[in-house]
Design a protein around this ligand. Structure first.
Ligand SMILES: [Zn+2]
Length: 110
């Protein structure tokens, strides 16, 4: 799946950092990713830069600080889990995000 990292990152934020006052880093998310079976562990934190950029551009998170390769984020809004009946996966979307399935192979309206 072409954007599986982005989908996994969305789920990790939902499961662990779904609080608007909480700050979390790309390094913390990377640690969770490495524990995910489907994650290609040859990928370094640098390889994920575009994936973090994507969730920022999509309006899920904002970057609040950066120190070398470490980026700190906060979510904009509570994240909701919405079942997508088109691709049979759960979509994790911030409340203000467009109701479009973030799976790039699907993109169904939810
Ligand atoms: Zn879908």
């Amino acid at each position: 799946m072409s954007n599986s990292n982005v989908l996994q990152i969305r789920k990790i934020i939902f499961d662990n950092f779904n609080e608007i006052d909480l700050r979390f880093s790309n390094d913390e998310i990377y640690e969770f990713l490495k524990k995910t079976d489907t994650f290609d562990k040859s990928q370094t934190i640098d390889d994920l830069e575009s994936d973090f950029k994507k969730i920022e551009n999509d309006g899920l998170v904002r970057c609040i600080a950066q120190n070398f390769t470490t980026q700190w984020f906060k979510i904009f809004d509570d994240i909701e889990k919405i079942p997508c009946t088109s691709c049979n996966t759960d979509a994790y979307l911030g409340k203000e995000e467009s109701r479009i399935c973030p799976n790039s192979d699907c993109n169904a309206t939810l």
